[in-house]
Design a protein around this ligand. Structure first.
Ligand SMILES: NC(=O)c1ccc[n+]([C@@H]2O[C@H](COP(=O)([O-])OP(=O)(O)OC[C@H]3O[C@@H](n4cnc5c(N)ncnc54)[C@H](O)[C@@H]3O)[C@@H](O)[C@H]2O)c1
Ligand SMILES: CC1=C(/C=C/C(C)=C/C=C/C(C)=C/C=C/C=C(C)/C=C/C=C(C)/C=C/C=C(\C)C=O)C(C)(C)CCC1
Length: 527
């Protein structure tokens, strides 16, 4: 089966496509467990059956090797479908509210949280993992019972066309559609009313999307990029740090939103680190990176030129790699030793196989620089002692973080993934994907028979009844005006009854030990 030639969707057709998806949601059929399961099962098999075409499309668009395409794109989505199918019924169930959430006075009103699909959603994908980052949000949308329109990146046209075909041939086409194109088509889509827009891409375009969505108070998820730091201290295993950080910059030719932009490293260990980096490079690419069937290419000329400009403008020194070949958008994995935060290699998001090494005098300086370059990056990486790692995690935030490695925290499709601040809003993957497209709707049910009990709320009010109500529903604070915990009579009584245990479990365990000890003592041999 050949990959169809890229074709943009007619802008005039877009309102109709959106309206069909909205209409499908209004039929309520996408809310059923059966519809969700069927679509997820069909998506799973579509990924299996279209595997050869997807592999070919990823090769055409990004020169992606089969190993990466299977691991991070095709098998990723299959795993997503299976995870959702395994947990869907459990995720869809109402959360019954009781215990600490609902006081005794409200206990007969059956408070619960119902999980409702948000409605019809728009998913806008980027080019770097074109299949994963367009279809993984779709898995969440289907699981939640939403209808969806996908807008894959036009920079990976073969993948965009395969996704269109796959959706149109295998899924419920009145509920799920693919619109192909670039800016005009995305603008036309954004002129429609959505119940959520899920955008993955650059901060610049994310800003455009968020502004437009704000006009109609449409909620948005933004999965953006960042200038991600790696910290290396004298206590790190330098050979391992070099190897693992090189991995982070070679997967998908470094076109990974999470990969390190720069490495902050103690100045005394810079030469050793560079030696290890070059050794790791030789081990990974024994015949040179360009000859490797595993290393991808930069997606297009524009991005090739963007990366070339970063290298042309640097005042730093290339200490690994440095070769470029415009004819095939090839950039060798490259490290540049820099001495200023104003360097082009520090200022721009690399999103390619190039990164900078910035020597520092101390961890204090490293933290200052990192907070200055980008205070809320998508990820950060630490290589050092436990206490240094603790300090870095405490003094600098990020969407996610990995200790002793490049972006490994994002290598699992079942744990939440997202940015913080200007590297992203919202999270998905695993249960978070279901929650992302779900409205948590609190429901209560007032029993008819309870009318007398709750008549206190009606005018004319009776203050004496309010006092009783307040006594029943209000807890006394166990702290004073200075924020200090007050250990009153209740506290000491609980401690005494619990034999010093602070929780019911602890008290139970203590009493159990006492009773067993007592039993053994009274029944001891010779008694
Ligand atoms: N956090 C994440 O999960 C994540 C994942 C991948 C990429 N990224 C980020 O995405 C960026 C690279 O991806 P990209 O180049 O595909 O991003 P991009 O922002 O250029 O494009 C993303 C999408 O927006 C559309 N688009 C582009 N310009 C537009 C405009 N002016 N108006 C409306 N829509 C427009 C594109 O067609 C595409 O579908 C990097 O910054 C990277 O860090 C983030
Ligand atoms: C436990 C047993 C074994 C050991 C198995 C081991 C150690 C397996 C290790 C597997 C590894 C290293 C897997 C790495 C996976 C990396 C992935 C999936 C990376 C994904 C990256 C992504 C999705 C990037 C996303 C980018 C984004 C969102 C932005 O641009 C055996 C096998 C030894 C024996 C049995 C028991």
């Amino acid at each position: 089966m050949a990959i169809p030639e890229f074709q943009t969707t007619a802008v005039e057709a877009i309102p109709g496509i959106a309206s069909t998806a909205r209409g499908a949601f209004r039929t309520h059929r996408t809310k059923t467990l059966q519809w969700r399961q069927t679509q997820l099962r069909k998506l799973y098999w579509a990924m299996e059956d279209y595997q050869p075409q997807i592999l070919e499309a990823l090769k055409q668009d990004l020169h992606k090797g089969d190993f990466e395409s299977l691991l991070t794109e095709i098998d990723w989505i299959k795993k997503d479908c299976l995870f959702m199918l395994d947990h869907l019924e459990e995720f869809m169930k109402d959360d019954k509210l009781g215990g600490p959430h609902v006081p005794m006075t409200h206990s007969f009103m059956k408070f619960r949280v119902r999980k409702e699909p948000l409605g019809t959603v728009l998913i806008i994908g980027p080019y770097n993992f074109p299949i994963q980052l367009t279809l993984a949000p779709l898995v969440g949308a289907i699981a939640a019972g939403c209808t969806a329109v996908l807008k894959p990146s036009e920079l990976t046209p073969a993948c965009a066309m395969i996704m269109k075909e796959l959706v149109e041939k295998r899924l419920d086409t009145s509920a799920i559609a693919v619109v192909n194109g670039g800016i005009p088509e995305t603008n036309a889509l954004m002129n429609e009313k959505w119940d959520k827009v899920f955008f993955t891409g650059s901060a610049a375009v994310g800003t455009i999307i968020a502004k437009k969505a704000a006009e109609t108070l449409t909620p948005v998820v933004l999965e953006l990029g960042g200038k991600n730091p790696a910290f290396i201290t004298k206590n790190a295993n330098l050979a391992l740090a070099a190897k693992r950080l090189l991995w982070g910059k070679t997967m998908n030719a470094g076109q990974v939103c999470l990969s390190q932009n720069y490495v902050l490293i103690d100045k005394d260990i810079v030469p050793t680190f560079i030696t290890h980096l070059n050794q790791a490079y030789k081990d990974m690419f024994p015949n040179g990176a360009k000859e490797s069937p595993d290393l991808g290419r930069i997606v297009n000329q524009r991005h090739f030129q963007r990366l070339k400009k970063m290298l042309d403008n640097t005042k730093g020194k290339i200490v690994m790699g440095g070769a470029l070949d415009e004819s095939e958008n090839y950039i060798e994995p490259t490290a540049v030793l820099v001495d200023s935060v104003d360097d082009s290699m520090m200022q721009e998001e690399s999103f390619g196989p190039i990164f900078s090494i910035y020597p520092v005098n101390s961890l204090d300086e490293a933290l200052n620089v990192a907070n200055l370059v980008h205070r809320t990056p998508l990820s950060l990486f630490t290589f050092g002692s436990k206490s240094e790692t603790k300090r870095i995690l405490n003094e600098m935030t990020s969407g996610g973080a990995t200790i002793n490695d490049a972006f490994f925290h994002a290598s699992l499709n079942t744990v939440p993934f997202g940015g913080v601040g200007d590297s992203g809003w919202g999270a998905y993957r695993g249960k978070a994907s279901f929650d992302c497209f779900t409205h948590a709707r609190t429901i209560s049910e007032t029993p008819i028979w309870a009318e007398k009990l709750i008549a206190i709320r009606y005018m004319p009010f009776d203050v004496s009844k309010l006092q009783l109500f307040t006594r029943l529903t209000t807890k006394k604070p166990n702290f004073d005006r200075n924020g200090k915990v007050v250990k009153g009579f209740g506290y000491w009584l609980a401690m005494l009854c619990g034999l010093g245990g602070r929780s019911a479990k602890g008290a139970f365990a203590r009493w159990l030990v006492v009773l067993v000890a007592h039993y053994l003592y009274t029944n001891r041999v010779g008694n």
